[in-house]
Design a protein around this ligand. Structure first.
Ligand code: 5GP
Length: 191
């Protein structure tokens, strides 16, 4: 059986900057490896299958749910599923590394409840809902309907912040990245 390791969970409303922070950490801390989620959404821009996500069909996703292959999964947006495969966590622990997640707020809390002290759950807080909306709109990758859905979800998700181990303010990206690096390094080095 694989020896269990640690997990770092980054959650936030879409557009809060968590993906950028997670990429920064992956470039700085060799001990970390990204948990590649499975999703039924189409790839965006320069996203790569098997690197950013496993892009799979809804049929395959439902089949994997039935086979109990997910540690957690969610219909994050209506009709669009995202989930963490058990094999993904095992693969990373087998290499003796710490798993890092970029995951929505409910999925993050789900993993925290499951792994408790093994996991550090960080909520990335944007300066305001207005800034979040600007960032999401500026990204230019979503339709008007999709954007509206993301706004509604983001507003709801901001209320979950106190349930996380740490609230990391992302008011200035460079500062937030540095703070994240210190927090994660300290957690990894704890015995
Ligand atoms: P996006 O479509 O912008 O890549 O992701 C939408 C949301 O789904 C983000 O908040 C992202 O972190 C979240 N997400 C990505 N992978 C997973 C996963 O495996 N499980 C859950 N619950 N959410 C995920």
């Amino acid at each position: 059986m694989t020896k269990e390791g640690k997990l770092i969970i980054f959650s936030a409303p879409s557009g809060a900057g968590k993906t950028t922070i997670v990429h920064h950490l992956l470039s700085k801390i060799p001990d970390l490896e990204f948990s590649i989620s499975a999703t039924t959404r189409k790839s965006r821009g320069d996203e790569v299958n098997g690197k950013d996500y496993y892009f799979i069909s809804k049929e395959e996703f439902l089949h994997r749910i039935a086979k109990k292959q997910f540690v957690e999964f969610e219909e994050v947006y209506s009709g669009t599923f995202y989930g963490t495969l058990r094999t993904e966590i095992e693969r990373i622990w087998k290499d003796g590394k710490t798993v890092i997640f970029d995951i929505d707020v409910e999925g993050g809390l789900h993993l925290k409840r499951k792994y408790e002290e093994q996991a550090l759950a960080i909520f990335v807080q944007p300066p305001s809902l207005e800034v979040l909306k600007e960032r999401l709109t500026g990204r230019g990758t979503d339709s008007k309907e999709k954007l509206a859905e993301r706004f509604i979800k983001a507003e709801k998700e901001l209320n979950y912040a106190p349930q996380f181990d740490i609230i990391l303010k992302n008011y200035d990206l460079e500062t937030a990245c540095k703070e994240a690096e210190d927090l994660v390094s300290a957690f990894i080095s704890q015995s």
